[in-house]
Structure formats: C-alpha cells, structure tokens
Design a protein around this ligand. Sequence first.
Ligand code: MIC
Ligand code: SF4
Length: 643
Amino acid sequence: MGLSLTYKILKEHLLEGELKAGNEIGIRIDQTLTQDATGTMAYLQFEAMGIDKVKTDISVSYVDHNTLQMGFENADDHKYLQTMNSKFGIYHSKAGNGICHQVHLERFGKPGKTLLGSDSHTPTGGGIGMIAIGAGGLDVAVAMGGGPFYLTCPKVINVKLSGKLRPYVSAKDVIIKVLEILTTKGNVGCIVEYTGQGIDTLSVPERATITNMGAELGVTTSLFPSDEVTKKFLSAQNRESDWKELLPDSDAFYDRIIEIDLSTLEPMASCPHSPDNVKKVSELAGMKIDQVAVGSCTNASFKDMMTVAGILKGKKVSPDISFIVAPGSKQVFEMIARNGALADIIASGARIMESTCGFCIGSGQAPQTGGISVRTNNRNFEGRSGTKDGQIYLVSPETAAVTALEGKFTDPTTYPASEFPKFEMPESFLVDDSLVIKPSLNGDIFRGPNIGEPPFTEPLMDSFKGIIGLKVADKITTDHIMPAGARLKFRSNIPAYANYVFEGVDASFAKRSLEAKSKSLYTAVVAGLSYGQGSSREHAAICPMYLGVRLVIAKSFERIHSANLINFGILPLYFVNEADYDSFAQGAEFEIKNLRSAVESGSKEIQINISGKNYMLKMDFSERQRKILLDGGLLNYTKKVQK
Ligand code: MIC
Ligand code: SF4
C-alpha cells in the first residue's frame, strides 16, 4: 500500500525510531515559531543550553499575545525577545504584525517542511502541506538547538471531502462537524489528513481554519496536500518558489476514513464550555446574545474579513450588542483598509481591535456576567474569556456577522443566497515585511526586572511523602491549571505566576502546596479523562513544579501537556484500575517508595500508599522520557547530553 502525505513528510525527516504507528520517533525540525506568552521562557531555556545560534532553516519569534502592555512587564518581555532574537539568529515579528499562525502561513511556511511551535495552534501550517506541531517551549528550544523532536508515530485519520460548501456555510462549519464526529477526547497520537475532490474548492485560508482548530481534537496535527490552490496562494504572497506539489499516494494507507459531503453541511456552533459541544446554529436561532467577536488565528484572514464586510455593508449591527473585529495580520488589516472593506465594518458599528490574540485569550473584551458571546475563535473553555460564567459560542464569520446584525443567534443560510458576498482570492497580497526584524547576530540582551531564570528541578527522588492537593474531574484544561488573560503578564516570572495555579478551580491550591513543600511534603493532583487539554503553555507544568507538584494521576492526558509534565520532572501516572479514582480523596496523605529505581528499570507499575491503603499506578514512558525524569527534567538532561 502507498504512503499518506503524513508518512511521506515524516519519512523525509526521520532521525530516530521506526515509522510504525505507536512507536516513539525523533524527527528533524526545519522551522520553529514562538509567541511572546510562551516565548520568553523558551528563549531563556535556549540561552541556558549554551548554544550560540539557532540551527533551524528559520526560526521566527512573534509578539502577538500580550500586546496591551498594561504596566512595564510585557514591554520588557518584548524588548528581551527582540534583543535576544537578534543575537541568536531568530526573526522577530513585532507587535502589530499579526497573530503568529496567520503571519507564518502568509510569509514563512513551506509545503513539505516540519514546523514546531510553542503554541498549540501551530497546526495551522498544515493548511499549506506542512507537518506543523505544537509543543512546549522547552521542546521548541531543543529543536532550535538542532535537536530532534520526539513524538508518537501517528495513526492517520483520513477525512475525505466531497462536494462544495453552500453560500453562508464555511470552513469553520467543516471543522466543527469534524469535532462533532471525533470529539476532543481519544485522538491523542493521530494526525488528520484531508483529501478528496472537495478540497479543490477550499482556499488556503479555509484549509488553515480547518487545520488550526484541529488542535481542539487533541490530534498531533492536521494537514492538506500542497496543490494548485497552494501554489496560487504562495504566488500571491510573492513566494511561488517556496511551493512544491505534495500529494498522498493514490493507494495510501489510512487507519480510519471519514467521509464528509461539503454540500450537506449546515452552519454549526460549539456551545459552552467545550469545542465538541456541538449544535446546529438553526437549533440556537432566536437566542438573544450580548457580544460578537470576529478574529483570532482561526478566522481573521483576508477572506474572512471580506466576507464579514460584505455581509455588513450598508447595515448596522444590533444596538443591544458589543461587536468586535480584529484582523489577523497587518497584511489583512492594511488590505481591508485600502480596499474600503474596513470602512464598511466600522460603519456597521464595530469596535476595531489590534491584529493580536486579544479577546481569544481573555486579554480584553471579557463579556458581562453570564453574558452570551458569539465568537469566531477556537476555544470556549470555562473562564477563558475573562468572565467565569461567560457563555462562549464558537461559530463561523458568516454566522457571527448575521448574528451581530440581528442581535440574536441567526442561521446565515436563512439570508438570500443571492446576497452572499462573492469573494475571489486575490492575485497578489500586499507584501510588506517591515515589521519583521532580521537577526544581526550581535548586540546586548535587554533584561527587565520581570525576567526571571528558567527554573531547574532536582533529580527524581526515590521515595517521598506528600498530599493529594487537588482532585478534579474530566477535561481539565490548561486554562483551568494556569489562567491567562489578566495573569499573562507574569509569564516570565515563575514565582509570581505560580500563585495563580488553579486559581479559578481552587484559589488556595498554590498556598497549600507551598506550605506543604516547606514541610518537605510534595503535592499530587488527581484527575479524570483528558487532563491538560488545550494550550501548549508549559507554565501549566513549570508553575505546579515550582509549587512542589511531583505527580499527576489521571485517567488520561493530552499529548502536549503530558510531554510538558515530563519535561519539568512531574510524573504523569495512570490508574491501573480506573475505579480507584473514587478512593483518592483530596487532602489525603500519600507515600511512594522506590520510584527512582522503578523508573530506572523501566518498570510499568508503581505502588502508592494513600492513607494507609495501597494502590497500583501505571507508568508509560519511553527510554528517553525515563532519562529526562531521572535527571529532573529536559533542561538538566539536555545540558548533560551536550557535555
Ligand atoms: C492559547 O490559545 O491558549 C494560547 C495562549 O495561544 C496557548 C499558548 C499559551 O498559553 O501561551 C496555546 O494555544 O498554546
Ligand atoms: Fe492567539 Fe487565540 Fe490563536 Fe491562541 S488560539 S494563538 S490565543 S488567537
């Protein structure tokens, strides 16, 4: 049987291991990206490795998350990034140039290359046929230093598209449909590959919306072939020479095939508080709403903005709502400013925001108490918007625009098809890279008082005692573990940021853990399914580590978070008997013996004593992960390996 595109690209980049689903493999990384919220830590860690220059084809550092600069902290971080990047050979995309994934697709991504990004939506690059993977900052730092990236050799799920989307139905509805089918759980270790005649009808920005929100499936990444559509996009970006054709073999092997006829799709919505809580927009029709926000790395392309502007042209949004629009990049912003579409959006009553993450990460535009907010981004986890009981619905730009006009949920397909704004991808985009600073390979690095040191942990202890500091249920997200929004400014200051671990779940967790640590008692967290869903933020591992968390015991873990835990010396452990979850009480004391020797010998189980009773826990580590854990984390391990 022939090869999928996934396996073709992996084969070309394979450095270690055998290409067999389920095996751990190491691949060469061609490109990296970071953003400012995860980037400072990643670059501090890169510095700690003692390498003088990045070893990738290209590494780009974007400032797009913490751009509000309330206080000196973020501005200091950005100056650190700019000066550090210049010295170590990294391109620096300044605040205002746009959201990392949008800009990377426009200006840097290349079909057939591997991209590792310290952001979970890095798979956006799969829209032009890259293997683009999100990871923790430390993994990205290692890749910048030329080290392999390790992943589970994936199973490949083929989503075969046929037909053509109807007017007012768009790429967002496709990915929400896929989320309805695959859900956010149980897809760890898979890659989704899109094929079929239906993909010919989808432009690169539409494909990128689909691969972007593939992150919510929990898969390693998603990708489309690189074809004539890709070629047209790259030529319009003045980058035709970056194009090459990449297709799966006609008899490619796939582990699972899902068929979707685009012409049958309807406008869809992800309802509070999970992207896979899916309904048709028609089922929500009539529900009054308070806010509409169009933007984010999922839906802020030139096509999205032109479609929204076309729907709004000559009309006013409902006076009862707040309407927010944030174009995804400077390129998009400037193009809609020059062609008049921005004027149509402003005239409709929109509040125009910077080309940054903004509302998506809870950095501004938090809805009112209990407010219903209809948004085009990709995540609607509880509290992420900045309002704990905010009700966030995720929809397409088309649904967002008509809903803003009506002030209530409205199925856009109820609008006349003849009025649907016609859009053709431009022959050329406005190319201006003046906000990207090329590295000079010298200069001094600026370090403000908010920049800390990357934290190190001690090597794994053999036996220790502690307390179950917290017990939580299924689907705990990284937004639960490590809130962003107003707390983002502490990203470079671990002792300060650690005070907010599990803030919205149990505000005294940090204090209790530190108190326990001062008595040499370590903390364990007990959880249900899919622990650590969502972002790549390694702070969700670093800060707990700082508080003395050494074990997380869960029914299952999400890929990036589980890797981050290991990278920072925390053991992700599974119940041998899932029913034991009920017996693990918050506040109970535990004791674990011979852990180091068990990890050293590769044993698959370890006994834990909880309040005098013994239970068995499962360990599932590769040989490399065992070494990392024994050394107390990837930074210690990497330094040792380099010597
Ligand atoms: C997010 O969407 O949650 C973020 C902010 O982009 C994160 C990264 C981070 O926490 O800094 C992500 O998706 O990885
Ligand atoms: Fe930014 Fe939101 Fe995209 Fe994360 S998901 S990169 S916060 S726009």
